[in-house]
Write a protein that binds this ligand. Structure first.
Ligand SMILES: [Cu+2]
Length: 346
């Protein structure tokens, strides 16, 4: 593997692959892109994959999702430089550096397959950080997501404390990937830094995504109730069932019955989503419902990735919600406060 820290394109073949991928992936982004496809499992001990066919019975009807594609694409272009540290980078995950810390990928091009992704977090003194706070039972949470949402993994890399290098095996398919490190260095603020990772090869044209309120993964059905209202606290309730029966014995995973990562489509702004309770607090039940509170910064489409554990396996469901859009002619969803039981069927 190349040890170059910037382009990593050491051969003519790689250069050609780079050009092809960029062309295809950018095309997908403009086409309002994207998702559907296998989502990797997130359990380190479980290398099996599952595909999560979005059997979206949740047809969005005649709605045509007018969105801010030009603006989103512009943000994405800005962001693709991997150098933004200010401006729109006030949202977590948009910048590669912030508050003196920088995410440095060892290789910015990685071949497809199950591959080690290595990186370090450089501190204000320019040296790799080796001491981190534990959050949700881990010192650092690593999210790798394909920009067209055709792949997602939540990983927990291993730190070499002598060099400050983190490494995790990721399952990568050809495409443009975004890598997020979610961490708190000792003595520093909580940060989410993002960097781009290229996996060369031919990329299939992504299917057009619709709002998706139900996903099936490994026989588990996950649905979401609630609405995202820009700039407001929005309550979301996720429900897990299997074979038609509610799952009432979810297992705690990293201190919660579910972990939710929300990414804004287009620029992949990373949102913190807070669980509504925790195992052992005397109130929070182990399913079938998992409550979250989210606040999205704008209208637009948001991809929600729920990690949940049952029968000792962590699985990931992928749901898609549109924030603040008009649902139909007689209902103004944009005025919803989003507290749970609004009817959003079409
Ligand atoms: Cu994590």
């Amino acid at each position: 593997m190349s040890t170059s820290t910037r382009t990593g394109a050491g051969t003519a073949t790689k250069v050609a692959g780079f050009a092809v991928v960029l062309a295809v992936v950018f095309g997908g982004a403009w086409a309002a892109g994207a998702q559907v496809g296998p989502i990797g499992t997130t359990a380190e001990a479980d290398n099996a994959t599952h595909s999560s066919g979005h059997s979206s019975g949740d047809s969005a009807g005649a709605d045509t999702h007018r969105s801010e594609q030009p603006e989103q694409a512009k943000q994405q272009e800005d962001d693709m430089s991997n150098t933004a540290t200010t401006g729109s980078a006030t949202l977590p995950g948009l910048a590669v550096a912030g508050d003196g810390y920088r995410l440095v990928l060892t290789d910015t091009t990685v071949e497809p397959g199950i591959q080690p992704v290595a990186f370090s977090i450089e501190g204000p003194n320019g040296q790799p950080v080796t001491e981190f706070h534990v959050e949700h039972e881990k010192q650092l949470h690593l999210i790798v997501v394909r920009r067209d949402h055709a792949g997602f993994q939540h990983l927990h890399p291993t730190l070499d404390e002598t060099t400050g290098t983190w490494t995790a095996d990721a399952e990568l398919t050809a495409g443009n990937w975004r890598v997020f490190a979610d961490f708190t260095a000792t003595g520093g603020p909580a940060l989410v830094l993002g960097a781009d990772l290229l996996v060369p090869g031919e990329v299939e044209a992504p299917a057009t995504a619709e709002e998706t309120r139900s996903d099936v993964v490994d026989g588990y059905t996950v649905t979401v109730d609630g609405a995202l209202a820009p700039g407001e606290h929005s309550a979301l309730t996720l429900r897990v069932s299997k074979d038609g029966a509610p799952v009432t014995d979810l297992q705690p995973y990293l201190g919660a019955y579910g972990h939710l990562v929300a990414l804004r489509e287009g620029d992949l702004a990373y949102l913190h989503v807070h669980p509504g309770g925790e195992p052992g607090d005397g109130e929070t039940q182990p399913g079938p419902e998992i409550a979250f509170g989210a606040e999205v910064p704008s209208t637009g489409r948001y991809h929600l990735y729920l990690d949940f554990q049952h029968d000792d396996v962590v699985r990931t469901a992928h749901l898609i919600l549109d924030a603040g859009r008009v649902v139909s002619s007689d209902t103004e969803a944009s005025s919803d406060s989003g507290h749970g039981d609004t009817d959003h069927t079409h």
